[in-house]
Ligand binder design. Sequence first.
Ligand SMILES: C[S@@+](CC[C@H](N)C(=O)[O-])C[C@H]1O[C@@H](n2cnc3c(N)ncnc32)[C@H](O)[C@@H]1O
Length: 253
Amino acid sequence: MKNARIIVMAELAYASVCYLAAVGAMLYFIGFVNGLPVPKAINDGPLLDTPTALFIDIGLMALFGVQHSLMARRSFKSWLTRRISPAIERATYCLATTLVFAAVFYFWAPLPTVVWSIDGEPANVFFLTLAFAGWGVMFLATFMLDHFELFGLRQPWRKFRGQSTPPTEFRVSQFYRVVRHPIQSGILVGMWSTSVATLGHCVFAGGMTLYILIGLYFEERDLVREFGRTYLDYRRRVGMLFPLPKREKTDAR
Ligand SMILES: C[S@@+](CC[C@H](N)C(=O)[O-])C[C@H]1O[C@@H](n2cnc3c(N)ncnc32)[C@H](O)[C@@H]1O
């Protein structure tokens, strides 16, 4: 009994460390992609020839895609939860994502060719403000779903309190009334809002965008499976990443 309590507390401590690491990685991500003063941003690092740098960067994006896709599979989750407690499965996913991000940031090879550049301080301020609006939407949207569950902390906390896991609720509050995937909308706006984009920036943001679109295809397939007609109806009414133009109300008589 005492041992079981110690294990539950250790799981909670592990999930807390994973949570802090994941939030740190998310903050570093923002600094990395927006060229803010972090130890190594997207255009920093030793210059390699373009084919070598492209090979490394595309490989890093693929590594992220493989880790994310593999760990999101139901079959992988059931394999993992036969080996570790289900209470720390999500925290482990967050930790693995953090480690992959750390590798991406560390090994990223700069590709400094400028793809677009809009000169002037007003443009810099405008795009940085837009980027931060995107990151703000992303951050707030995590709370509109369940921030601590998404980052794997709520599950061991429930176990610690002796509470069972309630079934997943379908949520359509606040931003989720306007778009179906505000977390991903925020990430897209945050990544692409820049007055100067290098080739490296485009490879990173392009790779992430591709992954987001593929990931959303599978996420929505699961959501339709889980919530059926409710989700199909929601999908018809609400835009995926950006709001749908308002339709004229037709008189149904
Ligand atoms: C990282 S979150 C991203 C959510 C959403 N794609 C977004 O960009 O805001 C992924 C989890 O959110 C869940 N999810 C997505 N939309 C949801 C909704 N409207 N209600 C409840 N859960 C949702 C998915 O099932 C998945 O487990």
